[in-house]
Design a protein. Structure first.
Length: 469
């Protein structure tokens, strides 16, 4: 999987005949895996139970001024106690897979050293419940809730000690859950945790580092990914599959001409130099190293590019529309006009074709043979109508258009094997607290009552027909 190829054969294998396929059925491949996704700090709550240690998100959320509605994930959607009910919500959708994350500070309250004997109990219960209901677990090892102890002791991801501690934690988990977990994602959205957590301070741990320090953090995060891949291979059962879950910087041809498509591929490779490019090619690009280069060894690069089994990508929006240009880089990034629309969250600009182009680029640029869409979804205002129903037709519009583009991709031979909708239910949306709701199920956080929105019916019908509704 880590082999580099600028041509994956997609063009030869029918990629370009997509328009023909598109006009045919709207179906997905027979074995396509439909799922939903959540993450530990966003849904679990129970932050002081069974010996869990504090995470950087506990510290950050409890720091005045960091969360827009002054909330925390202390209780969140109380998934820790209500997981049985939540598995039934998945079942009601007909979903066959669930992507959730393990809270590292439940397992190693101090980040490393002695494991908490009760640390995996909750996940064991959850895994048994999923198995009893025929739902396949896809486990993310790190969805941003770093043990606070590692931040205090080593400066978190500013130190490679954290990359090593991550590998030890991954090894511990893989050795114990291997009877039920066949798929792991290492780190969720390296790009956001580096940029928002260490660049602009909007996410935990709230640092605002210099450009060269940021590149060093990014290197340690990529190294942590590679070390965890190796740890899972060494300690998991044979056949355990592993890959990243990245929010790739998405580069979309502004007009789909062959020249713009090539320019978008170039931009995609360059703008993901610190993540997917180094993971899949084992080297940083020259342009990336030209300024503020991180300190690293060739051994590090070999670790970072340890072979993976699939690439997970979170797809929300176009980051850049690209136009071919006669300049050194070969492309221009079109500025977004003020009139470009957005969903409820102002950052979430809808661009459904992102769901076609990002997996296609990943397959073509790096010859990747297996891709999962690890997240896709939108928040909405989600006000109940007079009859009590949440008619979230904005979410349905968004999903329908993105899934149409995903179907365009699969029918053109792009190897996407599954899709995890973000999110199963409303949850703690980081610095936006509970003000941005992404769930298919509405959660009343005062009573913890779950109620399906209209989009839950849309998704249930989509899964049942294995086709865009
Ligand atoms: C990506 C993150 O992985 C997830 O935690 C977050 O809630 C969604 N984006 C929506 O912002």
């Amino acid at each position: 999987m880590s082999t580099l190829s600028s041509r994956s054969g997609l063009a030869q294998s029918g990629q370009e005949s997509g328009s023909q396929n598109r006009s045919a059925a709207k179906g997905f491949p027979n074995d396509f895996l439909w799922g939903t996704a959540t993450s530990s700090y966003q849904v679990e709550g129970a932050v002081n139970e069974d010996g869990r240690g504090p995470s950087i998100w506990d510290r950050f959320a409890h720091t005045p001024g960091m969360i827009s509605d002054r909330s925390t994930g202390d209780i969140a959607a109380d998934h820790f106690h209500r997981y049985k009910e939540d598995v039934q919500l998945m079942k009601a959708l007909g979903a066959k897979a669930y992507r959730f994350s393990i809270a590292w500070p439940r397992v190693f309250p101090e980040g490393s050293g002695s494991p908490n004997p009760k640390g995996l109990d909750f996940y064991n219960r959850l895994l048994d419940e999923l198995a009893a209901n025929g739902i396949e677990p896809f486990v993310t090892l790190y969805h941003w809730d770093l043990p606070q102890a590692l931040q205090d002791r080593h400066g978190g991801w500013t130190s490679r000690e954290t990359s090593k501690a991550f590998a030890d934690y991954a090894a511990y988990v893989a050795a114990r859950l291997g009877d039920r977990v066949k798929h792991y994602f290492t780190i969720n959205e390296c790009s956001r945790l580096v940029h928002l957590g260490h660049g602009i301070g909007a996410d935990a741990p709230g640092l605002k580092l210099s450009p060269s320090e940021i590149k060093q953090v990014r290197h340690h995060v990529a190294l942590g990914h590679g070390l965890a891949v190796q740890a899972i291979r060494a300690h998991g059962r044979a056949g355990t599959r592993v890959g990243p879950a990245e929010n790739a910087v998405s580069c979309i041809p502004a007009v789909e001409t062959p020249a713009n498509v090539r320019a978008a591929e170039k931009a995609m490779r360059e703008l993901n130099a610190g993540y997917l490019t180094v993971m899949l090619e084992g080297k940083y690009t020259d342009a990336y190293l030209a300024q503020d280069a991180p300190k690293y060894t060739t051994g590090d690069l070999r670790i970072i590019s340890s072979p993976i089994d699939f690439v997970g990508i979170n797809v929300y929006m176009p980051d850049h529309y690209v136009v071919a240009a006669d300049n050194e880089r070969g492309f221009t990034l079109a500025p977004f006009p003020a009139s470009f629309p957005h969903m409820k969250a102002t950052w979430l600009r809808p661009g459904p074709e992102t769901m076609y182009w990002v997996p296609r680029h990943v397959a073509k640029i790096w010859n990747v043979k297996s891709i999962y869409i690890t997240e896709n979804g939108t928040s909405g205002s989600d006000q109940p109508a007079a009859d009590g129903t949440i008619y979230d037709v904005d979410r349905i519009m968004y999903l329908r258009n993105y899934l149409t583009q995903l179907q365009r991709a699969t029918s053109a031979g792009v190897p996407v094997h599954g899709y995890f909708l973000w999110s199963l239910m409303d949850n703690f949306e980081w610095s936006d607290g509970y003000e941005q709701r992404f769930g298919l199920y509405h959660v009343d956080f005062a009573t913890q009552r779950r109620t399906p929105k209209l989009s839950a019916s849309f998704y249930r019908e989509t899964i049942a027909r294995n086709a865009v509704m």
